[in-house]
Ligand binder design. Structure first.
Ligand code: UDP
Length: 314
C-alpha cells in the first residue's frame, strides 16, 4: 500500500486531495496546524483505518514514522485576506516548511509535489500565462509575502531536484472553487455567495473589469493526481482557462441565488490586485492529457448548495 503525507489536509484543497487518495487506496497522513484549516473538512476521514491526522506546524521540524512514498505540500494561508493577516506564517510555511518537507522527502526517498500558484506570475503583463513567463511581482507589496514565498518554494524545490536528484513536482494552481471553501476567507466567490444568500450588498472591488478564470475543485484534484504520477518535474499550470470579469462572476452568483435581493456595490481595488489572469494549459493537456471538465454553471450550482447549508447552520 502506498503511503502519502498531505500537509494542509484540513484546508479546502488538502481535504479534497485526502479524499481522492483515500479513494485510490492510499494510506493517507493528513497534517495541519489548523490556523486556516477546519477539522470539519476531514472529520468523515477520522474513523477510517487508512487515515491518520497530525496536528503540526510544518514550519518546525517534521517527523513522520514509517515509510512515505509521496508528499503533497498544501499547507499555507492562501487567500489575500489570510496572508495579509498572517504574513510571517505565510512566508515561513512556504520557505522553512518546504525546506523541512524536502528534507523529509530525502530521508524517506519520497516524491514531493508542491502547491505553487498563479501568483508567481504577479500582475501579469502576458495573458494567458504560460509556464515560461517569469512574472511581474512586487516583492514588498501586500501580496509579496505569499508570492515570494511561493517563488522561493519553487526555487528550493528545483535546487533539491537538480542537486540531490530528488523526485519533485510543481503545480501552479489558478483560482479554484467548490465546496469547503471558507465562507469568510475574503475570496471573491465565497464573499459573493454569502452576500447573495444573506441579501447583503455584493462587494465588487475596483470596476470589476479585472479577470479571473475559475476551476472547479474536482478538476483541479484530477490534474494534481495526474501530475504527481507523471514523470515531469518542471512547473505545470492547472486551472480552467474560461476567463471572465469579476463583475460577471458577481452577476452569475446573484442570478444563481434564487430570490436574492442583493445589489452590487463597488469598493476600492486592493493594491497590486492582478488585472488579468488566465492559465495557458497547453502543457497540462500535452503531458498529462488533462483538461477541465466541469463547466462554471455546474460548478457554481454545487458550490451554492454547499454555502447554503453552511450558512443555514451558522
Ligand atoms: N474581489 C471582489 N470582491 C470581494 C473579494 C474579491 O471584487 O469581496 C475581487 C478581487 O479584488 C480580485 C478578484 O475578486 O480582483 C479575485 O479575488 P480572490 O480574492 O478570489 O483571489 P485572487 O485571484 O485575487 O487571488
Amino acid at each position: 500500500m502506498k503511503r502519502i503525507l498531505i500537509t494542509g489536509a484540513a484546508g479546502f484543497l488538502g481535504s479534497h486531495l485526502s479524499d481522492r487518495f483515500i479513494k485510490e487506496g492510499y494510506d493517507v497522513i493528513g497534517m495541519d496546524n489548523l490556523i486556516t484549516g477546519d477539522l470539519g473538512n476531514i472529520e468523515h476521514l477520522f474513523p477510517l483505518e487508512h487515515f491518520t491526522f497530525y496536528h503540526h506546524d510544518v514550519s518546525t521540524f517534521v517527523h513522520v514514522p514509517g515509510k512515505l512514498d509521496y508528499i503533497l505540500h498544501f499547507a499555507s494561508p492562501a487567500s489575500p485576506i489570510d496572508y495579509l493577516k498572517m504574513p510571517i506564517q505565510t512566508l515561513k510555511v512556504g520557505s522553512l516548511g518546504t525546506h523541512n518537507l524536502l528534507g523529509l522527502a530525502r530521508v524517506k526517498n519520497a516524491r514531493l509535489l508542491i502547491a505553487s500558484t498563479s501568483e508567481v506570475y504577479g500582475d501579469p503583463l502576458v495573458n494567458p500565462q504560460p509556464e515560461e513567463y517569469w512574472g511581474n511581482v512586487n516583492p514588498i507589496g501586500p501580496r509579496g509575502v505569499y508570492d515570494e514565498a511561493k517563488r522561493f518554494q519553487e526555487a528550493i524545490t528545483m535546487a533539491y531536484h537538480n542537486y540531490h536528484g530528488l523526485e519533485t513536482r510543481i503545480v501552479r494552481i489558478f483560482n479554484t472553487y467548490g465546496p469547503r471553501m471558507r465562507v469568510n476567507d475574503g475570496r471573491a466567490l465565497p464573499a459573493f455567495f454569502s452576500q447573495a444568500i444573506e441579501n447583503k450588498d455584493i462587494t465588487v472591488f475596483g470596476d470589476g473589469k479585472q479577470t479571473r478564470a475559475f476551476c472547479y475543485v474536482d478538476d483541479l484534484v484530477e490534474g494534481i493526481y495526474r501530475l504527481l504520477l507523471s514523470d515531469y518535474h518542471l512547473p505545470v499550470n492547472i486551472g480552467n482557462p474560461d476567463e471572465i470579469s469579476i463583475l460577471q462572476a458577481a452577476n452569475e452568483v446573484v442570478e444563481l441565488v434564487n430570490g436574492s435581493t442583493s445589489k452590487i456595490v463597488f469598493k476600492g481595488l486592493p493594491k497590486d490586485d492582478p488585472k488579468v489572469r488566465r492559465p495557458d494549459i497547453t502543457k497540462a493537456k500535452e503531458i498529462l492529457g488533462w483538461t477541465p471538465k466541469v463547466d462554471r454553471m455546474e460548478g457554481l450550482a454545487k458550490t451554492y448548495e454547499y454555502f447554503k447549508k453552511k450558512l443555514d447552520k451558522s
